[in-house]
Write a protein that binds this ligand. Sequence first.
Ligand code: NAD
Length: 392
Amino acid sequence: MDSQKSPKETVLITGGGGYFGFRLGCALNKKGAHVILLDISSPTQTIPEGIKFIHGDIRHLSDIEKAFQDVDITCVFHIASYGMSGREQLNRKLIEEVNVRGTENILQACWRRGVPSLVYTSTFNVVFGGQVIKNGDESLPYVPLHLHPDHYSRTKSIAEKKVLEANGTSLEKSNGVLRTCALRSAGIYGPGEQRHLPRVVSYIERGLFKFVFGDPKSLVEFVHVDNLVQAHILASEALKANKGYIASGKPYFISDGIPINNFEFFRPLVEGLGYSFPSIRLPMKLIYCFAFLTEMAYFVLGQLYNFQPFLTRTEVNKTSITHYFSLEKAKKELGYEPQPFDLQEIVEWFKARGHGRSPGNRDSESLIWVGVLVLLLVVAASMLLSFVGLSL
Ligand SMILES: NC(=O)c1ccc[n+]([C@@H]2O[C@H](COP(=O)([O-])OP(=O)(O)OC[C@H]3O[C@@H](n4cnc5c(N)ncnc54)[C@H](O)[C@@H]3O)[C@@H](O)[C@H]2O)c1
């Protein structure tokens, strides 16, 4: 989206009401593009002038077609998704409808309306299924669908394949073809992020962040929202003739390029908010059993009370098994250069909203939660011991 060359381009962002989609929309708007955000939820922030928000559900082709009508869209950024974390991970039907059927609908609309390019926001999970990966590259195979530990990752993988297979297919309204690529993102962070950070902060504040787990040497990766924005803008450029369509039909891994232990990544946030970083480390297998229990509890009790499961098994894998990837291909072909960021701006963001420890703010609620947590850990430990006993 080079403002010098193409100031009047129109882009459509599915999931543009969400954290990343909105940030991308604002960046593209600043660069001079006309931006349309399509989402079932409005952005939580004020929509800047020049950006149009359309309320629509990607599960319904008619909603998408309304958003596409009367404009010549040059690029679709397909970001909308469902089921990434917490209790959402357990709603298989909705996950499939949004991630798979929604993606099929978006492709349909691109073909019918002659949209020449589509950038899909994918995830590391399409190749990570709980196995150790060190400096993996794009030649890694997809995780076989039946081996995915969760439906979100499985459906993101199906959707990514559909998007990449659509590369080079004919458009109905013109002689051109659709060009597509996929950016496989690490875990996203940044000020105002709503999916992971508030949950982490609520655990810290409720006194539940009392232990870490897994091997301290395990390494994972994150991506600052603005690095991911940069990568998406570069990817859309790399689907154009003047860049030799270099990204056509390809996936790229995108992260900050700094493998780090998951819990160490959050240390500046914990300490910056005035809390002590936990000194207890529990075995990963115990936490995996514990996550299984919390998922079971959600299946049984979630109908009556829609609470947030403390952790899911996928989250245990994602946080404690080494998996990080090379950025070589994204750097070489897209010109991606991740900028350095730290968590200080996030600490400030939370403090400005009244978070952070004040002396003596431990209350009875946090003691109750700690009690529940300990009880579940004891049950998980006895389950683990009986599994070990059975397998001996
Ligand atoms: N957050 C992460 O750590 C992470 C990691 C890897 C990949 N990703 C991918 O990045 C993208 C953005 O993630 P995010 O953290 O900004 O998520 P988000 O939840 O903030 O944004 C997703 C948006 O999609 C919208 N949406 C859901 N169902 C929809 C539907 N049926 N129709 C229209 N819109 C719908 C939601 O309302 C939401 O605004 C997703 O594709 C996700 O799979 C995220």
